[in-house]
Write a protein that binds this ligand. Sequence first.
Ligand SMILES: Cc1cc2nc3c(=O)[nH]c(=O)nc-3n(C[C@H](O)[C@H](O)[C@H](O)COP(=O)(O)O)c2cc1C
Length: 160
Amino acid sequence: MKALVVYSSKTGNTRKLAEALFGALQCEKDLLSVSDNPDPSGYDFVAVGFWLRGGLPDTASQDFLPKIGEKEVFLFATHGAARDSDHARNGLNKAKELASPARICGVFSCPGQVAEEVLEKAGKRDPKPVWLADAPAAKGHPDAEDIRQFIHLFNDLNLP
Ligand SMILES: Cc1cc2nc3c(=O)[nH]c(=O)nc-3n(C[C@H](O)[C@H](O)[C@H](O)COP(=O)(O)O)c2cc1C
């Protein structure tokens, strides 16, 4: 199996997960930022990590996801919203739609620390974004336990 891990990351949270996943993969593999304009053809498996912006995958990931086509795909996301929030779930669902006709073999959603200036700006908006109330709890994430759970879930997929 040949695997590609693609990530989009502005402040490093999603990159942290991408690097952990890349380290756990036991096959021929590449790790690329979405800004490198990766070509997913030639890979059997693609993992895509993105961050939520306005409740959706960040714009670079929105552009990349439809390019993957019909293959095994694993999606992971970081966000200021709580892990089990509708907001995070909707963002993941949007990514699934964008990746169609890919076969989604798993998803992982993880709180990610929100930069101070972003919190400040979002706090001044009226109405405040729904994820803002959850953001203080995202501080320090992804942490070692998030990464442990992430890799555990991924290994349980039993990819070839
Ligand atoms: C411009 C901007 C918009 C954001 N919008 C959302 C959002 O809609 N929902 C959310 O849960 N988090 C939002 N966040 C928080 C980021 O998704 C979160 O901090 C994420 O972990 C950042 O990932 P990164 O460190 O890989 O860039 C936003 C952050 C920024 C900078």
